[in-house]
Ligand binder design. Sequence first.
Ligand SMILES: [Mg+2]
Length: 221
Amino acid sequence: MKAFGTDYDGVIINIEAQKAKAFGKLINKTWGVNQKEARDFWIEKGGTSRKYKFDYFYEKAFKKQLSDDEYKRIEIEFSRILKNEFYPRVKLLDGALELLKFCRENFDHTFVSSGVTMEEIKYLVELNGLSNYFDLTLGTDFKFISKNEHFNEIKRIWRPDEVYFLADGLEDMKIAKSFKFYSIGITTNHSKKDLENAGASEVVDNLSQATLSIKKLVANS
Ligand SMILES: [Mg+2]
């Protein structure tokens, strides 16, 4: 049984930089955090959950843990900004449809594993017209705190012999490696070297290269 999984932002679409900026602006306005530091942190920590990023700056600013209620309030605001200002204009990256078509036809199961909140990633996949390409779309919430929980779930429900995972974040590569998944890093937001150091099985520069390399892997498996 073979499964193919992909991260979403940074692979299928790329608005990480815009989200980083919006995040910086919002927590600067709300918590007085330095905007540039917040922006850089967002990019650096690609592949982690949204909650993790808010938690980090709240603790840093106030020396205490972010409460669930406070998180909910700021997360709703952030989600609203993304849905109103960014998501309606999002375009798929070149080669995304070809990649997803191939994977849909050649894998037993396909999934999305994203650090975006559960409700929002489902909304986004639907908005982009891609729901039919995936058996499972996973974002983060109180049960699925990170991609660790996603990958455990994948193993539990499908018991795959092989999992290929495509993503742009360093954290993605680290977690995929710890699960012994075959990880393909894409250089949307990080260099080849950084992705390799984080544990990527291989690195590609764009989605047509990714499709080619997945075709080879499937042919040889
Ligand atoms: Mg990403």
